[in-house]
Structures are given as structure tokens and as C-alpha cells.
Design a protein around this ligand. Structure first.
Ligand code: VGL
Ligand code: ZN
Length: 216
């Protein structure tokens, strides 16, 4: 008997992969681009890492002076929006610079069983919120091919941030034909309204949601 949402009690199988997005120091409280309660995702992610047959992590990984950094554009402030050749870009504080402590995976994250760490945002002039497709909407990261080749067709998405990297990753995964479930208690957003909009868009695209306790 169940009174839950249609997604409650989701069974994991060999096609299930936990995709842990950007759980890095700069997105945690005290970091350069701190997500409110960002550290709250670590507990659920670590519990899930123990029960999932497969796990893949992503790492936001920018070169110094990346085009998404406000500091690169004189007169611009973090959180301004700026037109780029590929479309509008939110400008951010410098964050997740390659090789820095801020770009490192959170110390408390149980990453041992991760089978792949995919880095994104390393092209100096293109941002990449999505783990699949960069902001120019043309350059592929290779993740779709990797997952397909391994038969990992159901993605369970956790991490940061709901309104940016989670949203774009989940939508692109759906567009590439994967089944996608976002784990509600294992994600947090930067902006409240943006996060609500992201949930609505993901729902429209056929992204499911589940609580970590209902997966097993
Ligand atoms: C992210 C903004 C800039 C994210 C990454 O992980 O959601 N957000 N870079
Ligand atoms: Zn970034």
C-alpha cells in the first residue's frame, strides 16, 4: 500500500546510475559561490552511494579568467547577465578554478565508488551547466555516449545547484533519451524562484522526482 507520489519506491537495477553534480567546496557554505544549505546534500548522497550499482560524478572545472566570471568583464558584477555569442550568460564570482581547493570535491563526499568523474566548463569561452552539452548547445561532453555504451539508461540526479547544473543536466538527459529522476532531498538551489521554475520545467520534460529514502 502506498500513499506516495507516483515515483515512490523506485527500484534500482543494473541500468540505474547515480549522477552526483558539482558537490564541490565552492558551492558549499563558505565557498566562492555558496548554495544555501549546499552541504545538506552530502548526507543523502553518501547513503545513496552505498546502494547504487553505479555512480558518476561531475566537477565544474574552469580555467582562470573563465568567460563566466564577472571579474573577466570590466564594469560587470557577479549575478549580472551578459550577452555572449551563444546567448545570455549569468556572470559569477570566480569559482571552481582548476586545481584549487574550491574546485575539489567536498571532503565529506563519499566518492570512492564513483566510476567516472566528468569535468565541464573547461573551455575558456564557453560555460557548461549541463553535464551533457555546453552552453553553446553544440559542444558535447561525451557523457551521453559513455552512459549509453555501458547501458546506464536511468539517471538519478543529485547535487548542486537545482536551478542551474541540475536543471540543465536533467533536461539534456531527457532530450538525449535517458530516463531521469531527480532526488529531491539530495539537491539544493541558488535562487528560490529559479528553483521553483526549474522544478516546473523538469516536470514538463518528463523528469521524475523521488526522495532518497524511497530508492532501494
Ligand atoms: C553552477 C553556476 C556556475 C552549478 C556552476 O553547479 O549549478 N552554477 N557554475
Ligand atoms: Zn561554473
Amino acid at each position: 500500500m502506498s500513499l506516495g507520489t507516483p515515483d515512490s519506491a523506485v527500484r534500482l537495477d543494473e541500468t540505474s546510475v547515480l549522477l552526483v553534480v558539482d558537490v564541490q567546496n565552492d558551492f558549499l557554505p563558505g565557498g566562492a559561490l555558496a548554495v544555501p544549505e549546499g552541504d545538506a546534500v552530502i548526507g543523502p548522497v553518501n547513503r545513496l552511494a552505498k546502494i547504487f550499482p553505479h555512480a558518476v560524478l561531475t566537477q565544474d572545472w574552469h580555467p582562470p579568467g573563465h568567460a563566466s566570471f564577472a571579474s573577466r568583464h570590466p564594469g560587470r558584477q557577479p549575478f549580472d547577465t551578459m550577452a555572449m555569442p551563444y546567448g545570455d550568460q549569468v556572470l559569477w564570482p570566480d569559482h571552481c578554478v582548476q586545481g584549487t581547493q574550491g574546485a575539489a570535491l567536498a571532503a565529506g563526499l563519499d566518492a570512492e565508488r564513483a566510476e567516472l568523474v566528468i569535468r565541464k566548463g573547461y573551455h575558456p569561452d564557453i560555460d557548461s551547466y549541463s553535464a551533457f552539452l555546453e552552453a553553446d548547445r553544440q559542444t558535447r561532453t561525451g557523457l551521453a555516449g559513455y552512459l549509453r555504451e555501458r547501458g546506464l539508461t536511468h539517471l538519478f540526479v543529485a547535487g548542486l545547484a537545482t536551478d542551474y547544473c541540475i536543471r540543465w543536466t536533467a533536461l539534456d538527459a531527457r532530450a538525449s533519451g535517458f530516463a531521469v529522476t531527480v532526488i529531491e532531498d539530495a539537491v539544493r538551489g541558488i535562487d528560490r524562484d529559479g528553483t521553483l521554475r526549474a522544478w516546473a520545467e523538469m516536470e514538463r520534460a518528463g523528469v521524475g522526482r523521488a526522495m532518497s529514502a524511497d530508492l532501494g
